[in-house]
Design a protein. Sequence first.
Length: 177
Amino acid sequence: MFENFYHAHPLTLIDVGASGGISPHWLQHSRHLRIIGFEPDARAFEKLRSEQGHSTKYLNLGLHSSKGQVNFYLTRKQEGSSCFEPNRAMLERFHKPERFDIVENITIQCDTLDEALREEGLTDIDFIKLDTQGSELQILQGASSVLTDSVFGLEIEVAFTELYKGQPLFADVDLFL
């Protein structure tokens, strides 16, 4: 019934921390989606870029609360990389803590989500998915326009304990929203 409508007007999903590609629960609806992914880690970005299709675009850009340079910890397991240092004392309690070993400490250029979307000419954002290993709150702080103008759904990975040193926790994100 809605197939023709969604073909002409796909829902827009912003995937921040796009490493590994679209989650299976989003992928099953991909025919109805326009996906814009943000991935600052060049290791993951190159793979994503090689797989992007006509309704998917990936940008090699970090997002934060303001434009500028941010320290970024590259970890052994690429998906664990973050602008927050892994909290080894806490991570030692989990399986394979070595996946959070820092292999390199770099500086990345970041922008706000509002500004990145404006520069790309993107409006009418429907969903935002955030999985950025602790910096979700900072990204939300840089997305005030898009959050109030068009977004009607959020999927946010949050933590209840500091897996990364100094990271905002669930209560911080909840209070902001």
